[in-house]
Design a protein around this ligand. Structure first.
Ligand SMILES: Nc1ncnc2c1ncn2[C@@H]1O[C@H](COP(=O)(O)OP(=O)(O)OP(=O)(O)O)[C@@H](O)[C@H]1O
Ligand SMILES: [Mg+2]
Length: 1078
């Protein structure tokens, strides 16, 4: 996602001032206070113009994240708060876009953060430059060269746990697009004396400790090493462990880095073998052995170590042993061999160890260069990063410190030259008048050291090459002679020393007043270290080694290439390489990072003002600010300046149409800034005094507030207006809807009212018309009637004369005939249905036809009944006859009758034929069975009932047992005299028998049956058909029955509800049997 570009400035949210040039007032105190204030707020970077001051925070700050990289990417230098990334970005973009080679000069004393800064620059550039597999590999290799070189070239010192003990300059090469192609590393003078001896509280190079801590047992065995540091003389023990440093883990990192950089496995192993050999060399010890000539000769104490070294390096043991005991000097084809005493033997051993290690280090740098060198021959753009050892002042300062400080002196020189030059050039470029500014130029000190005729280094070389006895003292004497008058040189013998009797200046010392302070150098060792002698026997022994790496490190040991010329001294070599470096730097656009160490304790949050003050002084930072401010404190291109301050003037706000410069002119005139306070360059405005800038800033801040208020006002207005408009719109919509609704409602009301009124009016109109029509009709009718009468009268009057006396009778008869005719015709159409039960009969039309009408009704009914009867089959007829008989016998006499009308008479309810139980009974009866039904026979004695099968045949009445079918009684019908029953709704009936008959011996029967009506009817009919006598049927609520001899009265009483809806029978006494009917 494209990030939104927000125009910001260094001046936004500044803590103190982000650029020291803006410091007001400018003095040492304010300078330090500003640094401290920023340091306390974790702002470790501050600018002096384009120079970055970096204060070592001694803790990791969250300001190097990938997000930060993105923040600073492609932003202008003064746009964000000061950061090393801003400088890196500026340098990279200037390289990529303006095709200017860059160099980044990182200076500061030991522990100030130079190496860290150089790594930050490299990682920033790596993060922002091109992408792609190949490019990424190059980047990785460039970045991974650091851990390898740090392991071999860095050591813990009292000032810095990871102090660079060599100078490093790395050229990173880019193609025209800005993609990295490769790099070249140059190394400067490794502090090799550290290999054999370390000051108190310091360590040897990291790699020794890393190897012993991190190597596997297998590797250690192979290198015949032991893990215990104390086994090795070259390792200082008091500070072998460094807090917060994991040597073992670092060893793995280094091995991994070597692999990434491109070391083959065997190469990495060879390197470790050399390291092991150096360590083991330190353990070789010598003892004196007297010789015949009275001189001492050294002998190796314990040859075991020597043997192991030789096995490791493939050197012939005797050759090496001899090299430690003899020294061969060759001069003009003459070889002179002298024995070495013990001291010389130790010197030879240490020289070998130092040489071996330093040559290994140079070999490593070359090997890395081989890996990282650009593969193409196209033109390259270069960014150089210089991380050189910082200015050092120790208690005992020797040749190394002298060399290191000389180098820093040169860097200061180039800083002064380039800064001033750049400043000056800018003024010229911009067409601004330049006034010279005084500053301390350390060229004089550089001259003291490097002058070819009488410089200290030249003196030293001269001494080293001079025949005769040469010692450090003779060198000092020479210095005293030549440099005595130099104002930056002091010694006991020099004239410029104001403290000739000062004991702080011992005899064997000289003092140089460097730009960064006075340093006292011990002259001891200067000659030796400058000579950097390695006995030829040793180099030859090394050349003979079977170990290819070691062999290649000592090419001068090849006897075929014996070179009698002395090799160049260390001093002159260094001077030459520094000169090359300076030349190189001068061709590039410089970018400065000046590192400052806040305290001596390597601790976070501590800001020692005295220490910082010292550094500020010798780094000349205040002068730097002054030079920067001498002309003009602040400068800015016209466009950003106008952009930043345009709101301060009506003409330029909000847009300026013309060129930016004219805009700035108008702006400054408007603001009435005194003309002497600023100058117009070609592309930039130059502001002389920071106060002016601050005034501008204040005005801007104020104006911004006003503008914010204005924007707020307009915004609020806009918001309210939009809100109001929205509300109005809504209100209109609502009103429209409401009006529509109201109108709709009103319309509907009017419409319905109109409809009502309309309907009334129409009704009224219709009625009126109807009335009129009716009236009209009536009038017409009346008229017709009147006309008819009138015509009748007329006709009658007319015809009267034609009628005879009986004409009236004829007319009457005719009319009557017509009426009767009409009556019959109409009756034909109005005939009711043929159902005999249909009671309908059309009304009588004429009164005089009343009797006819009734007669007609009767005839019609008889006719339709006949019609109805004619449809019946014989069987149906029989049934209806029976029903008719029952009706004649019981209708209106017995209450039970109506319920029997709807029930068809079935007769044989009990199917005796089908039930096998009654087979015997069936067989016993030969006649046709008319009734077969179960009845309750009332016990004569107690009124209780028993079920009996009641059978009626043509001649007999039979009673049989219900279960067995056995015949109990048989009564011929001729013996049945009477049947009695109540008039009520019960099924009780008595069958009276003829007195004296056989059946009557037991007395009359009293039954109760559900089909009383049917049974009585059938009994009546059968008796009639068989005996031709009508059976007497008595219907009475009280009758007598003959039980044996007694006459018992059966009495029916009503209303006893005790036994529900079933009639009950009870014998009350001899004469009375009571039946209760519900
Ligand atoms: N920007 C930083 N952030 C956090 N820690 C830092 C930073 N810069 C330096 N340090 C700390 O300070 C220590 C010393 O820094 P560095 O090794 O860069 O110093 P130097 O200037 O290279 O010293 P020398 O001259 O001895 O090599 C580092 O090991 C690290 O712990
Ligand atoms: Mg360093």
């Amino acid at each position: 996602m494209a990030k939104m570009e927000v125009k910001t400035s260094l001046l936004d949210n500044m803590i103190g001032v982000g650029d020291m040039v803006l410091l007001e007032p400018l003095n040492e105190e304010t300078f330090i206070n500003n640094l401290k204030k920023r340091f306390d707020h974790n702002e470790i970077y501050t600018y002096i113009g384009s120079v970055v001051i970096s204060v070592n925070p001694y803790r990791s700050l969250p300001i190097y994240s990938p997000e930060k990289v993105e923040d600073y990417r492609n932003r202008n230098f003064y746009e964000l708060s000061p950061h090393i990334f801003a400088l890196s970005d500026e340098a990279y973009r200037s390289l990529r876009d303006q095709d200017k080679d860059q160099c980044i000069l990182i200076t500061g004393e030991s522990g100030a953060g130079k190496t860290e800064a150089s790594k930050l620059v490299m990682s920033y550039v790596a993060a922002v430059c091109g992408k792609g597999a190949e490019v990424n590999q190059v980047k990785e290799q460039l970045l991974q060269s650091n851990p390898v070189l740090e392991a071999f070239g860095n050591a813990k010192t009292v000032r810095n746990d990871n102090s660079s003990r060599f100078g490093k300059y790395m050229d990173i090469e880019f193609d025209f697009k800005g993609d990295p192609l490769g790099g070249v590393i140059s190394n400067y003078l490794l502090e090799k004396s550290r290999v054999v001896k370390q000051p108190r509280g310091e360590r040897n190079f990291h790699v020794f400790y890393q190897l012993l801590s991190g190597a596997s047992e297998e590797l250690l065995n192979k290198l015949t090493l032991e893990r215990d540091f104390s086994r090795y003389n070259y390792l200082s023990l008091d500070s072998a462990k460094v807090n917060g440093v994991d040597d073992a883990a670092n060893f793995r990192t280094v091995r991994n880095a070597m692999q990434i950089v491109g070391f083959m496995d065997h190469e990495a192993e060879s390197v470790l073998e050399v390291v092991a050999a150096v360590l083991k060399l330190g353990n070789i010890e010598f003892k004196p052995e007297s010789r015949v000539n009275g001189l001492d000769e050294s002998k190796i104490k314990d040859k075991n170590e020597l043997k192991e070294i030789c096995e490791l390096t493939g050197i012939d043991q005797s050759v090496l042993e001899r090299a430690f005991s003899f020294r061969t000097v060759e001069a003009k084809q003459e070889k002179v061999s002298t024995t070495l005493n013990v001291a010389q033997a130790y010197y030879a051993r240490d020289a070998l160890a130092k040489n071996l290690y330093s040559r290994l280090f140079s070999w490593l740098v070359n090997r890395i260069n081989e890996s990282i060198k650009a593969q193409t021959k196209v033109r390259k753009k270069v960014m150089g990063v210089l991380d050189i050892y910082g200015f050092e002042i120790f208690e005992d300062n020797s040749f190394e410190q002298f060399i290191i400080n000389y180098c820093n002196e040169k860097l200061q020189q180039i800083f002064i030259e380039l800064t001033l030059k750049e400043e000056q050039e800018e003024y010229i470029r911009e067409g601004i008048e330049w006034t010279h500014i005084d500053y301390f130029n350390n060229a004089i000190i550089c001259d003291l050291i490097e002058n070819n005729t009488n410089g200290i280094l030249a003196m030293l070389d001269e001494e080293c090459l001079r025949p005769g006895t040469v010692t450090d003292e003779t060198f000092l004497e020479k210095l005293n002679q030549v440099c005595a008058t130099h104002q930056h040189f002091e010694s006991r013998m020099s004239k410029s020393s104001r403290f000739l009797n000062d004991t702080s200046l011992p005899h064997s010392c000289f003092r140089i007043q460097h730009y960064a302070g006075k340093v006292l150098y011990q002259v001891e060792g200067f000659v030796d270290k400058n000579n950097d002698l390695l006995y030829r026997d040793l180099s030859q022994a090394m050349w003979k080694a079977g170990h290819t790496l070691i062999k290649s490190l000592f090419p001068e040991g090849n006897p075929a290439k014996i070179n009698l010329k002395r090799p160049p001294t260390a001093g002159s070599q260094f001077k030459a390489s520094v000169a090359t470096l300076m030349k190189n730097l001068q061709t590039k656009n410089p970018n400065y990072i000046r590192c400052i160490k806040p305290n001596d304790k390597k601790a976070a949050h501590i800001f020692s003002e005295a220490l910082v003050c010292h550094q500020i002084r010798y780094l000349g930072l205040l002068e730097n600010v002054r030079v920067r401010r001498a002309g003009y404190a602040f400068r800015q291109a016209y466009e950003p300046c106008l952009e930043r301050y345009k709101m301060l003037c009506k003409q330029t706000w909000p847009h300026w149409k013309g060129p930016a410069r004219a805009g700035v002119e108008v702006l400054f005139n408007e603001l009435e800034i005194p003309v002497e306070e600023y100058s117009f360059g070609r592309s930039k405005i130059f502001i002389r005094n920071p106060r002016t800038l601050f005034k501008l800033e204040d005005l801007r801040k104020q104006r911004l507030e006003d503008l914010a208020t204005l924007i707020q006002k307009i915004y609020r207005g806009w918001k309210c207006r939009t809100h109001f408009l929205l509300m109005r719109k809504s209100q209109i919509v609502i009103a429209a809807w409401y009006r529509r609704y109201a109108q709709q409602k009103r319309y509907q009301q009017i419409k319905s009212s109109a409809l009502v009124i309309q309907s009334y009016i129409r009704g009224w109109k219709a009625r009126k018309i109807l009335r009129e029509l009716k009236h009209q009709k009536r009038c017409e009718e009346a008229a017709t009637t009147i006309a008819a009468y009138w015509r009748g009268t007329q006709v009658r009057r007319e015809y009267r004369k034609f009628f005879r006396a009986n004409a009236g009778k004829k007319i009457y008869e005719f009319t009557l005939q017509r009426i009767v005719q009409k009556y019959f015709l109409e009756m034909k159409n109005k005939m009711p249905s043929l159902s005999p039960v249909d009671k309908n009969w059309p009304p009588r039309p004429y009164l005089f036809l009343d009797s006819t009408h009734k007669e007609l009704k009767r005839i019609f009914h008889l006719w339709r009944c006949k019609k109805y009867r004619d449809q019946f089959t014989d069987q149906q007829k029989l049934i209806y006859e029976e029903k008719l008989e029952a009706s004649e016998l019981f209708k209106d006499k017995k209450a039970l009758y109506p319920s029997s009308v709807g029930q068809p008479f079935q007769g044989a309810y009990l199917e005796i034929n089908k039930n096998p139980k009654y087979k015997k009974l069936k067989d016993a009866i030969e006649e046709k069975i008319i009734i077969a039904e179960v009845v309750n026979k009332i016990n004569r004695a107690n009124g209780k009932s028993t079920s009996r099968i009641f059978l009626l045949t043509n001649n007999n009445l039979l009673l049989a047992d219900q279960k067995s079918g056995q015949i109990k009684s048989e009564v011929p019908l001729v013996d049945v005299t009477k049947v009695s029953m109540s008039s009520q709704n019960d099924g009780f009936f008595a069958v009276h028998l003829k007195e004296g008959s056989e059946a009557a011996s037991k007395g009359d029967f009293l039954f109760s049956s559900d089909h009383l009506i049917e049974m009585a009817t059938k009994l009546y009919r059968t008796t009639l058909s068989q005996t031709k006598q009508k059976l007497n049927i008595e219907i009475s609520d009280e009758f007598l029955v003959q039980f044996r001899q007694d006459k018992v009265c059966v009495k029916f009483i009503q209303g006893n509800q005790k036994n529900g809806s079933v009639p009950t029978c009870k014998r009350k006494n001899n004469r009375l049997l009571e039946v209760a009917v519900p």
